[in-house]
Write a protein that binds this ligand. Structure first.
Ligand SMILES: Nc1nc2c(ncn2[C@@H]2O[C@H](COP(=O)(O)OP(=O)(O)O)[C@@H](O)[C@H]2O)c(=O)[nH]1
Ligand SMILES: [Mg+2]
Length: 358
């Protein structure tokens, strides 16, 4: 999962990036527009507890990559760099770090305005992309052979529909598209169709009001494919430099209940519509990300294509049920370890064991 950090200049993107990656980032070239890339193992308490029970030799968390670009997305006198937009288009979701701290008393803090500005920037990039596409399709339709012409006309109609949506200030993620239409635009390098997480980077003195702040954000920004949250980037960066125990203690002293970084990861996963399932046997306990609504066969395919090909059936139990039972044997005895077929819709938190034959 690749997450691209976006926002105004000096909104705290690099600060949050450093907090998330705990300084273990692969430093890109900071001179040009090359992003820094940080690979983060997603903390997962459920996996920790499952591994503590089953005691596999190895524990593997899901991985998330964060991309941090030098500069912001709104450059006052010039359009955002095309390479920057193209790199963002490769991401699975965008995380907007909005400025909510008052570092400089003279600077105005207005996260709602900033979110609007950045969304406009993304919509502008998409409108440009679709406009160029429309021009090319139009030429193709005029000169193409009859068979090609029909496909071109269909695509052109779709592109025009999307352009109208943007003109009406609707992001593409709010559009209902068929599977075919989604496939068509998947190669377009669009941005407003991506899931979006808006993280407000707040002042340390506001951490007591996080719930209130998030409620207001939800009210003003909610929409399909959008998640909102608040964190204090500077504080999270400081906490990231401590050991887990020290950080937990510090957090408790501050009355900060949630780990801002873990929360951002969780919101990203929610925006992407992903669930997590587990495979926990010796030698490895592992968490896997899967699209909501995916089947046991899809899950098997994530693990290995051979396992999907030779799929016979799977056994599954909820993570909490397994912990309550204390062992697979006990879960089986109590009838909680169920046998399911290929078409079973995997639930978030399922512990799966696929039986296969190759
Ligand atoms: N007070 C305060 N300052 C912050 C916070 N996050 C970032 N900053 C400061 O804002 C400035 C810009 O941060 P940076 O992460 O480089 O922003 P970027 O341009 O978006 O990458 C730096 O001086 C940070 O120390 C925060 O949560 N609170
Ligand atoms: Mg930066």
């Amino acid at each position: 999962m690749d997450l691209g950090l976006i926002g105004q200049q000096r909104s705290g993107k690099t600060t949050v990036f450093n907090a998330v990656t705990r300084g273990h980032a692969r430093a890109g070239s900071f001179g040009g527009l090359e992003p820094s890339i940080g690979v983060v193992k997603q903390p997962d308490e459920r996996l920790d507890r499952l591994c503590a029970l089953v005691k596999p030799k190895k524990m593997t968390q899901t991985e998330v990559r964060y991309l941090d670009f030098p500069g912001g997305l709104t450059v006052r006198d010039q359009a955002p760099d095309a390479a920057h937009l193209a790199a963002l288009a490769q991401c699975d979701a965008l995380v907007h770090i909005a400025r909510g701290f008052r570092e400089d008393p003279a600077a105005s803090v207005d996260w709602h305005r900033d979110v609007g500005d950045i969304n406009l920037e993304l919509a502008f990039a998409d409108a440009g992309m679709l406009g160029r596409r429309a021009k090319r399709l139009d030429t193709g339709v005029r000169s193409g052979r009859p068979g090609e012409r029909e496909a071109g006309e269909r695509e052109l109609a779709l592109v025009q529909r999307l352009r109208e949506a943007l003109d009406n200030e609707e992001p593409l993620r709010a559009q209902t598209l068929s599977g075919d239409e989604q496939r068509t635009i998947s190669g377009y390098q669009l941005l407003t169709n991506k899931p979006l997480v808006i993280m407000l980077n707040i002042e340390e003195s506001d951490i007591g009001k996080i719930d209130e702040i998030e409620a207001e954000m939800r009210e003003r920004c909610a929409g399909p494919g959008i998640e909102v949250g608040a964190l204090c980037g500077k504080l999270e960066q400081e906490l990231a430099e401590l050991s887990d125990e020290e950080a937990a203690e510090f957090r408790a002293d501050l009355g900060l209940e949630t780990d801002g970084v873990a929360r951002m990861l969780q919101l990203s996963q929610q925006a992407l519509g992903l669930i997590t399932f587990y495979t926990v046997t010796d030698p490895e306990g592992r968490a896997w990300a899967l699209a909501q609504g995916a089947t046991a066969l899809d899950a098997a395919g994530k693990i290995h294509s051979d396992i999907a090909r030779g799929f016979i059936r799977c056994e599954t139990v909820g993570w909490q049920e397994l912990l309550d039972c204390g062992s697979y044997a006990e879960a089986r005895k109590r009838g909680l370890l169920r046998t399911e077929g290929k078409q079973y819709t995997v639930q978030d938190g399922d512990v799966l064991h696929v039986l296969f034959n190759v």
